[in-house]
Unconditional design. Structure first.
Length: 132
């Protein structure tokens, strides 16, 4: 798995899942949580979407921001492992655009960690979305 958080290729969810699970079967983690963000058919305002485009306006800064957030969240929630991948570009309905995997000794903070990562991606000033 390459270390870049942001990719311009479609996410290979099965490969990401398999790699993340494989590296977390060492007995240290009692819980693993996977989140997959998918392009939905309707916007927040219930308008039908035919095209979804995720843009990055400064790749280096976005990559740096996301990597710092992964390290901070991993340390704060005492996670064993974190994987964040975000696919930039034009996407179809039903296509995955974000993959997050987290693991820890217990499940206590996994949901909070994933929620914080999702919110960070959605609120990043370097990422914008366009729906048609």
């Amino acid at each position: 798995m390459n270390n870049n958080v942001i990719t311009f290729k479609p996410l290979d969810i099965l490969n990401l899942f398999s790699e993340f699970i494989s590296r977390n079967l060492d007995g240290r983690s009692g819980a693993v949580l996977i989140y997959i963000g998918v392009v939905r058919r309707y916007s927040d305002k219930r308008h039908k979407i035919s095209k979804f485009i995720l843009n990055v306006n400064n790749l280096d800064k976005a990559e740096s921001e996301f990597k710092r957030a992964v390290i901070r969240i991993k340390d704060f929630y005492e996670l064993n492992d974190v994987c964040l991948k975000c696919s930039i570009g034009e996407h179809n309905i039903g296509e995955p655009i974000v993959f997050i995997g987290v693991s820890a000794e217990t499940r206590m903070y996994l949901f909070e960690a994933v929620r914080e990562l999702v919110n960070m991606v959605k609120q990043s000033s370097y990422i914008s979305k366009h729906e048609e």
